[in-house]
Structure formats: structure tokens, C-alpha cells
Design a protein around this ligand. Structure first.
Ligand code: G3P
Ligand code: CA
Length: 276
């Protein structure tokens, strides 16, 4: 599974040119296409309210490989799933997530904004989602704005350890963040759990930056606007996999298939499904 190697420039380039790189490129395929993990971004978000049970259940029904979830923390220390750092956009409440207690957060309606049929969908807790979905679908855990929640890394680690989800065989858990210090810490806490770097910044795609990421990360996950075939090859040569986001059109999905990425993070799991 993970490499944890600091691969030097020379080795990276020679890997690209060596016979080993050919076997490295021989990956599972679906028909003529390389097998790509289908990650439902905040659930099947195109059709349901993001980061809710409705969104995750539909992702399971649509046969996605992973759900992607955004983890934050309530005022009284409970881990909850919500993308924005305020509740304003996706619920009928107002205020910062970290200023509201679990009880207050749970009383909000996180579904109606997407459609009346979703009225009353609550904000899920991290623990309930782990309990409900592990074994049914992979879980790509994003630590969202962890700088706002000191110690959240230890809490996430504890929840995974409690459920025995930190072992090498449990590969369908990945932890990612835009906050690199936070995921470095996660890697120290849970050395067997794959770690992903999130970025939309081209400055993070230099060979030097990628080499640094490869010392602790298994995945390099850029926005699709900065993905090139060269970047994909470089990430692979450093022993990491690459997942890209956020796909909201078939054209964007097709572009990423063409680039040879390993995972596509999409609001539309149907655009990534090899059966379509
Ligand atoms: O998983 C990638 C993606 O979730 C990162 O952006 O803003 O949707 O959390 P965002
Ligand atoms: Ca996210």
C-alpha cells in the first residue's frame, strides 16, 4: 500500500524512463479503460443535500466506491459532517459550526434547501457515518478547516481506532485536507491510514513540493483545472496516487479519464461509472 519513500529527482526521472515505469503503468482496467475509483463528493450531491444520509445512501445505491465527507466540530466537542464553516448555506439556521452545540446542530434542517422531499434531514455525526457506512462503501474523510478545531486530529484518530479502522487491511479509509500540517499529524497518529494532500494551487505541483508531500502522503488530490498528464506521471513516479475534483460534467470526467488519474471526485457518480 503506501510508499513513505522520499524519492529523489534523479530516481523520479529514471523511474519515468525505466522498464519499471511500464509495469507501474499496468493497472487494473474496466474494458479498455483504466479502473478509476468513483468518489461521491459529499455524497451524490447533484441529486441530494450534501453531507447527509440521503446523499450517502444514494452514493451506495449508485455503486460509488467512496463517499467523501467534510468533518468539523461542534461547540461541545462532537464531530459533525458539514462543508461550510457556518450553517447558513445548507441549513435553516445561522452561525458558525463551532459556536453551536451538537443539540443545536442536530435540530437544524439540512435537507430542505435542496428540495422539500429532503425536509428534516439532519446534520450527521462522524461516528454515526463510520458505523453505518464502513464495509458498505469507502470513506474519504476531509478534515475541513482543522485549524479552527485544535485537537481534531486526535479525535478523528480515536474514532477510527475505536472501530479498528486504522489497520492496514482497511484500505477504504483515506484522510485528506488542504491543511498540510494537519494531515502530517494525522500520518503520525495513524501511520497505516492513507493520507491525501488537497490543493488547487499550481505552486504545490512542482517536483520539489511533490517530493515533500510524498514523505507523508499516499494521495495527491488537485482540482481538475491544474491536472496535466505530466503531473499524473510525476505523482505516480513518486509512489503516490492522484484523485481529482470536483467533476460536475461528463466532459470533465472524460478529461480526467484521459489524464490517467486514479480517482475522480464528483457530484455525479453516474459520470464516473464504467457501466455508463
Ligand atoms: O474531495 C475534494 C473536495 O472535497 C475539496 O473541496 O471545497 O468540496 O471540500 P471542497
Ligand atoms: Ca470536501
Amino acid at each position: 500500500m503506501r510508499k513513505k519513500l522520499l524519492v529523489g529527482t534523479g530516481m523520479a526521472l529514471s523511474l519515468l524512463l525505466s522498464p519499471f515505469s511500464q509495469s507501474f503503468a499496468e493497472q487494473p482496467t474496466v474494458g479498455e479503460r483504466k479502473q478509476v475509483s468513483n468518489v461521491a463528493h459529499r455524497g451524490a450531491t447533484a441529486y441530494t443535500p450534501e453531507n447527509t444520509i440521503a446523499a450517502f445512501d444514494l452514493a451506495v445505491d449508485m455503486k460509488a466506491d467512496y463517499i467523501e465527507i467534510d468533518v468539523q466540530r461542534s461547540k461541545d466537542g462532537e464531530l459533525v459532517l458539514i462543508h461550510d464553516t457556518t450553517v447558513d448555506r445548507t441549513t435553516d439556521g445561522t452561525g458558525k459550526v463551532g459556536d453551536l452545540t451538537l443539540e443545536q446542530l442536530r435540530s437544524l434542517d439540512a435537507g430542505s434547501w435542496k428540495g422539500e422531499q429532503f425536509a428534516g434531514e439532519p446534520i450527521p455525526t462522524f461516528q454515526e457515518i463510520l458505523d453505518h457506512y464502513h464495509g458498505k462503501i469507502g470513506i474519504l474523510i476531509e478534515l475541513k478547516a482543522p485549524e479552527l478545531y485544535p485537537g481534531i486530529e486526535e479525535q478523528v484518530a480515536a474514532a477510527l481506532i475505536e472501530r479498528n479502522l486504522h489497520k492496514p487491511q482497511n484500505e477504504k479509509i483515506i484522510i485528506q485536507s488542504f491543511n498540510f500540517e494537519s494531515i502530517k499529524k494525522m500520518d503520525q497518529l495513524l501511520p497505516k491510514v492513507p493520507i491525501g494532500v488537497l490543493t488547487s494551487n499550481r505552486a504545490d505541483t512542482t517536483l520539489e513540493a511533490l517530493q515533500e508531500f510524498s514523505t507523508y502522503a499516499d494521495w495527491f488530490n488537485p482540482s481538475y483545472g491544474i491536472v496535466t498528464e505530466e503531473l499524473v506521471n510525476q505523482v505516480h513516479s513518486l509512489g503516490m496516487q492522484i484523485g481529482s475534483w470536483t467533476v460536475r460534467s461528463q466532459e470533465a470526467a472524460d478529461f480526467l479519464f484521459e489524464m490517467g488519474v486514479d480517482a475522480i471526485i464528483s457530484d455525479y457518480p453516474d459520470y464516473v461509472d464504467p457501466r455508463n
